[in-house]
Write a protein that binds this ligand. Structure first.
Ligand SMILES: O=P(O)(O)O[C@H]1O[C@H](CO)[C@@H](O)[C@H]1O
Ligand SMILES: O=c1cc[nH]c(=O)[nH]1
Length: 288
């Protein structure tokens, strides 16, 4: 018999919804788009032919609907991998736990998780205004220090390479690859690179405003990382957590990034909404 999950561990609200996301199991589709910004949720669902559900709590706004016959959920995660911990675990619970029995269901459901995010380039070949798919997520945050990892052989080797290269900075990075099938179906014609997920926007991404940075050459250290045949291309704040937790929970994940900044040229886009809109249209056309 499956173990019953304690009321303190799996928190179900009085209406049968999960604690933070405020969603019931039937509210989510198997294909899930995540965005950081709550305001990007309607920017995605405006392309749905029909919206069947709008719910939310805190920064987690959800719309579920259809493009043609395909049922899709779009949900905002807010900023950072601490929120990704909540969103991925709660989405997985909605898909794979029987809320009545508080037990893991016999048949595992694999979700397709597609992040449509924004990011800054740290690679001369990745221009501001372009779109990039994350071949891997390289996390500089500590989320995956708390979970067991189950990596394929290539990811193990790559993770070890970056771990040894960044050890002197006191960092213990984790690395996970994207879903190969989602890369094929959604990103065959999109340039790819390793996305670095930082635990902050300013010093953790090598920005300097007023506080003094401890690591003055962070961007150079990241771009000069030797990760076999792959190149480190961009910085943001969620991808590595999504890839690593999706992998730990048996889901497929891909992250596609609208590049809003060129950190090497010290530039930020004057028209971020347009760049994001291009990305949304391109990916949603493929999903439909
Ligand atoms: O545009 P979103 O999806 O929020 O992504 C990026 O933008 C935020 C920082 O401005 C971080 O969440 C970062 O990952
Ligand atoms: O430079 C950037 C741009 C968007 N989001 C980030 O986290 N960093």
């Amino acid at each position: 018999m499956e173990k019953t999950i304690a009321a303190s561990d799996l928190i179900i609200n009085a209406d049968g919804s999960i604690y933070h996301l405020n969603l019931r199991p039937e509210d989510i589709a198997d294909t899930i788009i995540t965005v950081g910004d709550q305001e990007r949720v309607p920017e995605v669902s405006k392309y749905f032919d029909k919206i069947e559900l709008k719910k939310g709590k805190r920064e987690f706004i959800t719309h579920t609907g259809y493009i043609g016959k395909k049922r899709i959920t779009v949900i905002s995660t807010g900023i950072g991998t601490d929120n990704i911990d909540i969103v991925l675990n709660e989405l997985d619970a909605l898909a794979n736990i029987d809320f009545e029995q508080r037990q893991i269901k016999e048949n595992h459901k694999t979700l397709q998780i597609i992040r449509l995010g924004t990011s800054g380039s740290i690679n001369k070949d990745v221009e501001m205004g372009s779109i990039l798919a994350s071949s891997h997520g390289l996390g500089l945050d500590s989320l995956m220090h708390y979970y067991e990892r189950n990596l394929n052989n290539e990811d193990k080797v790559l993770e070890q390479q970056v771990k040894s290269s960044l050890q002197d900075l006191g960092l213990s990075p984790y690395l996970t690859s994207a879903s190969a099938s989602l890369l094929n179906t959604l990103a065959a014609d999109i340039p790819k690179g390793i996305t670095v997920t930082a635990p902050g926007f300013y010093a953790p991404q090598g920005r300097k405003v007023r506080a003094n940075n401890k690591i003055n050459n962070l961007i150079e250290r990241l771009t000069s990382l030797n990760v076999s045949k792959y190149q480190v291309t961009n910085l943001e704040m969620e991808t590595a957590g999504i890839y690593a937790l999706a992998n730990a929970l048996g889901h497929e994940a891909i992250s596609i990034n609208a590049i809003l900044a060129s950190r090497l040229n010290f530039e930020f886009a004057a028209n971020p909404a347009l760049i994001v809109e291009n990305m949304l249209k391109k990916v949603l056309e493929k999903l439909a």
